[in-house]
Design a protein around this ligand. Sequence first.
Ligand SMILES: Nc1ncnc2c1ncn2[C@@H]1O[C@H](COP(=O)(O)OP(=O)(O)O)[C@@H](O)[C@H]1O
Ligand SMILES: [Mg+2]
Length: 390
Amino acid sequence: MLNVGVFFGGRSCEHEVSVITGLQIIENMDKEKFNPIPIYLSKDGRYYCGDILKDFRTFKEGRYNEATEIFLIPQNGDRFLYAVKLVGGIFSKSHTENYIYARIDAIFPALHGTFGEDGAIQGLFELMDIPYAGCGVAAGAVGMDKVLMKEVFKANDIPMMDYIYFYRDELKNLQNILKKCEALGYPLIIKPANLGSSIGISKAKDTLELTKALELAATYDRKIIVEKCLEDFREINVAVLGKDNDLEVSACEEPITAEEILTYEDKYVGDSKTKMASQKNQKKKLPADLTEEIRNKICELGKKSFKALDGAGVARIDFLLKDKDVYVNEINTLPGSISFYLFEASGLSFKDLITKLIEIALKRYEEKQKNIYSYDSNLFNQTSYGAKLK
Ligand SMILES: Nc1ncnc2c1ncn2[C@@H]1O[C@H](COP(=O)(O)OP(=O)(O)O)[C@@H](O)[C@H]1O
Ligand SMILES: [Mg+2]
């Protein structure tokens, strides 16, 4: 039985969504194959472990700190979760001692947004040398930054809406920035480069709206992207599962919104009683009503985008569709992309999707072991001891 550490919570705006995702993954993991171990990251960045973290009420009632606080060591091959205990008593001086709380064999990160989806925590997993589900450091980081993502897609001839980007300090010269943005032609859509869930995004039809939108985006990020805004379009999403050239695509969905821009509320709040599934509450057409030709185009572009980013595990690629023109809007890596309903619609259960993601993680890890990490350069023998470094 494989112990799978499920990381959730975290220091991002999407903390609550992540708790829900984490608990769903624990609940749906195949218990005949895996033993899920909940690892909760509090908003202040501390790690906790324990069975009470499998219960949603623990979070509703704010009792997570009744679980055991643990820590991990970014040391090659260290797969332990450590905790600290107080040793000694009234007559002897007390001191603290570390002890092994649990061992994990693989990791399933369910951390949305900053420090989780962006490759940051994946860096810790790499240093620990442990298999983990989803994208690696670079794919996570690039996928999170809308500018870097688009630059990678552009280099791979993936169709997108025209865009420009700049840093917040360039807004000091507002006239110059306005001119550059307006050269794209109204309407425009203004986004902070590194957020998700539509936070800080607005549409502008004139200079006044653009100025306001730039100010808003600049409160969220030091990097801002301005895109030409498509009108009267449809949104189509598809998820891609696998790694390298071994990829499968899910059913296509068409999310429906009353607003021009899909909002945080559309995505997460909805009117359903459960509110348990991230994105589950959003109104959608599944499968989307598409011609064979468009569906094929979307599936091919989905795979191409996944490969361009060096994706692994699962990623959801969101498209803007107008007549026969297909544009990639963005890629969402794990867990933003978990989109189990997309795979359910193409015959793969959530349970089997989780199993597949862990299997892909193990395979990726195994393949990485084939890399040579040392190169015997004989440099020390060629350098005389005591030679001064300049
Ligand atoms: N270029 C565009 N033209 C028209 N609508 C867009 C464009 N880019 C984004 N949108 C709308 O805004 C929403 C949020 O933008 P997106 O880039 O997906 O940000 P997020 O990472 O917050 O989901 C999209 O789902 C879509 O409805
Ligand atoms: Mg989006």
